[in-house]
Design a protein around this ligand. Sequence first.
Ligand SMILES: NC(=O)N[C@@H](CC(=O)O)C(=O)O
Ligand SMILES: [Zn+2]
Ligand SMILES: [Zn+2]
Length: 430
Amino acid sequence: MSSYLITGARIVGGEVADLLLDNGEIVAVGTNLEAPAGVETIDAKGLIALPGLVDLHTHLREPGREDAETVLTGSRAAAVGGFTAVFAMANTDPVADTAGVVEQVWRLGREGGYADVFPIGAVTVGRQGSQLAELGAMADSAARVRVFSDDGDCVWDAALMRRALEYVKAFGGVIAQHAQEPRLTQGAQMNEGALSGVLGLTGWPSVAEEAIIARDVLLNAHVGSKLHICHLSTKGSVEIVRAAKARGLDVTAEVTPHHLLLTEDLAASYNPVYKVNPPLRTKEDVEAVREGLADGTIDIVATDHAPHPVEDKDCEWSAASPGMIGLETALSVVQHAMVDTKLLTWADVADRMSNRPAEIGQVGDHGRPLEAGAPANVVLIDPAVERTVVPAESKSLSRNTPFEGMTLPGRVVATFLRGTPTVLDGMPAR
Ligand SMILES: NC(=O)N[C@@H](CC(=O)O)C(=O)O
Ligand SMILES: [Zn+2]
Ligand SMILES: [Zn+2]
């Protein structure tokens, strides 16, 4: 294993210091550190060092849709985006609802070596919403699953949701809900409002998200378990979670980069690259989720990286699959929407994109402060450069980025996973 001396980085955006990485750990942080023999030096003047990013919500598509993404390609894209850990959603084919499937995904991540891949287990068998999956067996497996979700679909049955929340208490697991009331969103295509009427696309009303979040907050209060809200997107949802936290309830929430930046007007192009669940909302909603992320109501940013091959996107809006890729642009979007607007500091970004997601996902080797003794999961970013998003440059197998052509700030220069570079000079290191 190689050793690295990173010199002159601004640690989490603050003081300038050197970092010595050896044997998979950060062995020293300080000024004017000497490079022992055989250590490679990386000049990080002007760069910011953050703890390796952690994505609690990624779709890697393997097994089943290896034409859209694989564990290897998705985790490579994650590394390029500055991530050292990703949580892989369960809506694969077969569904990740048994110990066997989650162990397979976990092992593929280890073999790839680009990021630690932590599988999320399905809540219900086949994500069909009728019978609890083997949550305990997945928790006890080599993959040590702690996060469970039927993402892609809502656990809409209140009795089943209650049972799931109760069941995971035994091992401190968390249920991550895709909050979408199915009856209120039948055939839904975009945010419900004046614009959906004009465009003639069936509306996906805010209340369909908020009604489930409110219900689940109450269920969780009753049961005393852990609830996490996936891709929260409306002003009303922020208010419900804020009230829940004020009551001291164990509820956490995430927002995606696209919901922090993009609005429903993009649907007027009828370009399905802007079709996503939950849909892009209004300017007022974007302001509310930014504020919620800034004041801690929303705990984390999670990408909901949802790769789709051209044939599933290059079609009429209503026939297209919902979802957008986001691993490689997440940090730039957050810099643009939250840091450059002074809503978050870089230390806050480390909290929302590394420390807190690692805590919610219960993976202790990630999201640690950059201190001696911590695992050497580190990302170096250059906040001063700008780049234009070019889909063909993506390391994902899919190209469905909604940020095509946009000029965004910041670039990931290097990523280290347990001291081994996964990215150098902005490119995969292997
Ligand atoms: N977000 C999406 O629009 N799509 C996701 C599923 C999901 O996150 O709900 C997908 O798997 O493609
Ligand atoms: Zn979802
Ligand atoms: Zn998702």
